[in-house]
Design a protein around this ligand. Structure first.
Ligand SMILES: Nc1nc2c(ncn2[C@@H]2O[C@H](COP(=O)(O)OP(=O)(O)OP(=O)(O)O)[C@@H](O)[C@H]2O)c(=O)[nH]1
Ligand SMILES: [Mg+2]
Length: 380
């Protein structure tokens, strides 16, 4: 056990999913009162999303984590209008939310090339300011990485999440028979014959009590906040973390996972979800599956049998329940097509929702007086 936790620390130390930076816009340049010259404005500090960058690179390249933009030039006889100070750009991966130290959200960088101004440069000295320049904006900001994927894998350690991702995609996450093999979120891509791709985020296993920071805590759950759908992965034969912790059946693990999500952020339970029952190749799997299915059919009643500390307030409604074996490949083609089907269905619902929202907005924006009496039917 000691060995595992040391290994965890070593590996986890490599992954950075948030970072705090000091950013300061450049000061403006001095104006020239004698000739009415304006000093140049100070440069700005911007955060820019760029492919292939990581927060770790920022940490390694800028150990003091300070980003200060250039100072504006002073106005002088040869150049009455001083030049603007040089802008500073902080390159980050996509999927970053930027907040101030006080928790105010400054913006999000979701697509390559997205840019956010985080510290404005000061104004150059001008007639307005008595030719005195102003200082640039100073801030402590926090960059928080939340992976963007179509599907987020949620499960207890050892359920076979990484094995499943390997079997479904070209990803090569680490797989092993001890818990907490996956120590940092990883993205894999499921490829379809027509070149359609679905991205899947493999996350470290959750354990009960994650909300009180047990195991790796809720730290990684933020990564499923932005995935479109969830995929619960459970071991059909249940799970036991250690000999001194209770054994949990497959149904209990479903309840406990739901509870952990609920305690982290209730809205996560509104996401469409698929339940994957893994390890169907094990000899006792069929019997266990029948038991699990019986419970899932009557989730409400079944959940009352279990103690309160296991049961969530709201139960998860799964769109599909798919028994599979990541080892033998059983059920994987079906799972692959159900994943695609449910994502496409969600897209249709969302597009229709957006369209009717736009129409409603347009209707509100067009004043009733501008609608000709012979035109649209008048509201009654
Ligand atoms: N028999 C059987 N074993 C499986 C199956 N899928 C995974 N395993 C085994 O279960 C163990 C855990 O697999 P992982 O894929 O590392 O599990 P995980 O859910 O990613 O675990 P963590 O990263 O620790 O959360 C490994 O020994 C796998 O070989 C399966 O379908 N059948
Ligand atoms: Mg794993």
């Amino acid at each position: 056990m000691v060995w595992i936790s040391r290994a965890c620390l070593r590996k986890y130390g490599n992954f950075v999913d948030n970072i705090r930076l000091y950013v300061r816009g450049g000061s403006g340049g001095m104006g020239l009162p004698r000739l009415g010259g304006n000093g140049g404005n100070g440069g700005d500090v911007c955060v820019v999303a760029k492919k292939g960058t990581t927060l770790k690179q920022i940490k390694d390249k800028h150990p003091n984590k300070r980003f200060i933009a250039g100072v504006g030039s002073n106005s002088c006889i040869h150049a009455l209008r001083g030049a603007k100070g040089e802008d500073t750009q902080v390159f980050t991966p996509t999927g970053i939310s930027v907040t101030t130290d006080g928790g105010r959200i400054l913006g999000e960088l979701n697509c390559e090339g997205d840019r956010l101004l985080v510290a404005r440069g000061g104004h150059g000295g001008s007639l307005h300011s008595g030719f005195l320049p102003s200082k640039g904006q100073t801030r402590q900001i926090r960059l928080d990485l939340k992976l963007i994927a179509d599907l987020g894998l949620v499960g207890f350690p050892n359920a076979g999440k990484s094995s499943l991702l390997t079997a479904l995609s070209h990803a090569k996450p680490k797989i092993a028979s001890y818990p907490f093999t996956t120590l940092r979120p990883e993205i894999g891509k499921i490829m379809y014959d027509d070149h359609k791709q679905v991205s899947v985020a493999d996350l470290p296993g959750l354990i009960e009590g994650a909300h009180v920071n047990k195991g790796m805590g809720h730290k990684f759950l933020k990564h499923v906040e932005r995935t479109k759908q969830l995929m619960f992965v459970v071991d059909v034969c249940g799970f036991q973390l250690a000999s001194n912790t209770p054994f949990r059946s497959a149904f209990e693990t479903v309840l406990l996972l739901t509870k952990e999500l609920e305690l982290y952020k209730e809205e996560l339970l509104d996401k469409p979800a698929i339940l994957v029952i893994n390890k169907m190749d094990l000899p006792e799997a069929q019997g266990q599956l029948r038991e699990l299915e019986a419970h899932l059919e009557n989730q409400e009643e079944s959940s009352h049998i279990f103690p309160e500390d296991v049961t969530p307030k709201t139960l998860m409604r799964f769109m599909h329940i798919v028994p599979v074996s990541a080892t033998t490949g059983l059920g994987l083609p079906l799972l692959k097509s159900l994943i695609r089907q449910s994502l496409e269905e969600q897209d249709v619902i969302e597009t229709e929702g957006q369209r009717s929202e736009k129409l409603l907005k347009l209707r509100r924006e067009v004043p009733t007086s501008s609608i000709p009496s012979w035109g649209f039917p008048q509201p009654t």
